[in-house]
Design a protein around this ligand. Structure first.
Ligand code: PLP
Length: 384
């Protein structure tokens, strides 16, 4: 793809999915490329750069071009899920590798790091990633190959200082990777703050319609680490399918307006329930009282994400009962879609989770915010 939009703002690039017009038909929405194999030239070369569907697909490359632009990186690899992208980032490290990861992070990736990574020659130290001091203390000179952050981090929305961690990583000769799924490139571009690689569960805000499972890694440089990650994706067959890539492109066309509305609504919901006596705590980086608010204000622009959690004063049973009584919020896992979701998070994370049992995770969608507040208000009332 050779975009006609080389210098425009990321939202312009995303709204037009790069701005290319189909040469054959003039279509302003790109056709979906389904071919699994491509013709070889008579001189035995593959001059068009497409050989076989496991590494090469134009629809996938178009999705990658949009994400690269959104993150202002050098290259992107999209894959079949956020977990594929994340594990690819670790498997592309030279082994043996010591990595530093947060105590509070997406639970399934933490499980993989805790239980599976060792068999791949990766040793993990979990730290309070809200503390640069704790991150620095965990560095093993000569051994630490990567610092992994997630900010804001599921489901407590812990904020990590990307620029501070980038300095620690650089001094240690390690890479800094950021799971920026919740921040989205609309609110934070980690590469600008010194990250080497940015990961997205594109299943969430990038696609935004709860109908695609996908992941993405965006690299600050097209260097040897990028080449190894590309090889992992190619060897393990982790590429995204073309239909999903087309849906993802469709979703990203509206990313900026969706996120702007979700952030505004989340801030209002957080402020509303912070005053509710039935709620013991609202966890939202946009509240000035939130630990990490100042760092978030520095490295996020345009708001503090569409995700928040509330802790129900009457405890776990009351939290579960609240989730059972909503009508508009949907009782489901995942996040970042147009429909608002509520989840008793401890139920899915299970033993060993840092998630309090009275916590409900809220993913704010695009419904009228007054409807969302009224619905949660009446559901909390089911406990009295
Ligand atoms: N990272 C974060 C922050 C997530 O919330 C998720 C999924 O919920 C993932 C990674 C994994 O993404 P996927 O479910 O697409 O594998």
């Amino acid at each position: 793809m050779t975009s006609k939009l080389p210098t425009v703002k990321p939202e312009t690039f995303a709204a037009q999915a790069g701005g290319d017009i189909d040469v054959e038909t003039g279509a302003i929405v790109a056709p979906i490329h389904l071919a699994t194999t491509y013709i070889r030239d008579p001189d035995n070369a593959y001059s068009k750069g497409y050989v076989y569907g496991r590494p090469d697909n134009l629809t996938v490359r178009q999705a990658e071009a949009v994400i690269t632009r959104l993150e202002e990186g050098a290259a992107t690899l999209v894959s079949g899920s956020g977990m594929t992208a994340a594990t690819c980032a670790f498997l592309a490290l030279e082994r043996p590798a010591h990595v530093i990861a947060p105590d509070v992070m997406y639970w399934a990736l933490k499980l993989w790091l805790r239980e599976d990574a060792r068999t791949h020659g990766i040793e993990v130290t979990f730290v309070d990633a809200g503390s640069l001091h704790d991150i620095a203390k965990a560095v093993r000179p000569g051994q630490t190959k990567m610092i992994w952050l997630e900010t804001p981090a599921n489901p407590l929305w812990t904020i990590s200082d990307i620029a501070g961690a980038a300095k620690i990583a650089q001094d240690a000769g390690a890479l800094l990777a950021v799971d920026s799924t919740v921040a989205t490139p609309v609110l934070t571009q980690p590469i600008k703050h010194g990250a080497d690689v940015v990961m997205h569960a594109a299943t969430k805000y990038l696609n935004g319609h709860s109908d695609v499972v996908a992941g993405a890694l965006t690299f600050a440089r097209k260097d040897a680490y990028f080449q190894r990650a590309e090889r992992v994706r190619r060897m393990l067959g982790g590429i995204l399918g073309p239909f999903e890539a087309a849906l993802l492109i469709r979703g990203m066309r509206t990313l900026h307006v969706r996120v702007a509305a979700q952030v505004k609504a989340a801030q209002r919901i957080a402020e509303h329930f912070a005053r509710d006596p039935r709620v013991v705590q609202v966890l939202y980086p946009g509240l000035p009282s939130f630990v990490g608010h100042d760092v978030a204000a520095r490295q996020m622009s345009g708001g503090f994400s569409g995700m928040l959690s509330i802790r129900v004063k009457a405890g776990e049973a009351a939290a579960v009962r609240t989730a059972a009584h909503v009508n508009i919020w949907k009782r489901a896992t995942s996040l970042g879609g147009v429909e608002s979701l509520i989840e008793h998070r401890a139920s899915i994370e299970g033993a060993g989770s840092p998630c309090p049992t009275d916590l409900l995770r809220l993913s704010v969608g695009l419904e009228a915010v007054d409807d969302l507040i009224a619905d949660l208000d009446q559901a909390l009332g089911a406990n009295s």
